[in-house]
Design a protein around this ligand. Structure first.
Ligand code: NAD
Length: 211
């Protein structure tokens, strides 16, 4: 089933379903009702039914959900039934932390190389990677079938870099730079901003205190 017309709100919830179902599988739980799933995920049972109906349901009356089948289906919907080659640009504090986390590789996102523009960084080793000169990024992308660029550089220079990357045919940018990047149709940008998340925390804490 096509997931083209699914709302972003539903799509944003899918990774959470996937994670919880993965935890259930780890505990050898084969089957779950929407009520039980609701209790652990924290979405209402009707929300869960509605969300999953977007993709053709999966549940059976009186049985609930088959955990493994649902986990695999949601994985497919999320595009996790294949692997992706990625590069990371900006091998500073954040870039190194991301490169050092093994969970992305386990999920099928393989960082093939780290790039930096600072001559002092080039040649240093981070985990299995030697930091490469970002002047050579285009050739590497073409030679290694890279689909995703992870940007861990400051705002300055980020758009220029992305302009270069899109010319190589890159399909996705996981952007940590605090800037709204402009890309042509056919290239997807997913922004991550920890500071915005922290500000949401402070807002909610403030609300809590005021109640
Ligand atoms: N989105 C988030 O949640 C989040 C969290 C932390 C930091 N950040 C942002 O990420 C950026 C990096 O943070 P950091 O602490 O790792 O900084 P850092 O200074 O430790 O690392 C940045 C690295 O990028 C390299 N670089 C800069 N411009 C480049 C370019 N055009 N091409 C290639 N390499 C380039 C630098 O040489 C440096 O090694 C900062 O701008 C910060 O705003 C975002």
């Amino acid at each position: 089933m096509s997931s083209k017309n699914i709302s972003m709100a539903v799509i944003r919830r899918l990774p959470k379903y996937h994670r919880y179902l993965g935890d259930l599988l780890d505990k050898d739980i084969q089957r779950i009702s929407s009520k039980e799933l609701s209790d652990i995920i924290g979405f209402t049972a009707s929300q869960i039914r509605q969300d999953l109906n977007n993709f053709g349901g999966f549940g059976q009356q009186g049985y609930g959900y088959n955990v493994e089948a649902l986990y695999n289906e949601i994985g497919k919907i999320l595009g996790l039934n294949r692997s992706y080659n990625a590069i990371l640009v900006g091998a500073g504090n954040l870039g190194q932390a991301i490169a050092n986390y093994s969970g992305f590789r386990k999920a099928g996102f393989e960082i093939k190389a780290l790039f930096d523009a600072n001559p002092k960084m080039i040649g240093l080793k981070i985990r299995d990677f030697e930091i490469l000169d970002s002047d050579n990024i285009e050739q590497f992308i073409t030679d290694n079938n890279i689909e995703i660029a992870i940007l861990c550089i400051p705002r300055n220079g980020a758009q220029e870099l992305v302009n270069r990357l899109v010319k190589t045919g890159i399909k996705g940018v996981w952007n940590f730079a605090p800037i709204d990047l402009e890309v042509p149709d056919g290239v997807i940008v997913e922004n991550v901003n920890l500071k915005e998340s922290l500000f949401t925390l402070s807002y909610l804490m403030k609300e809590n205190e005021e109640e």
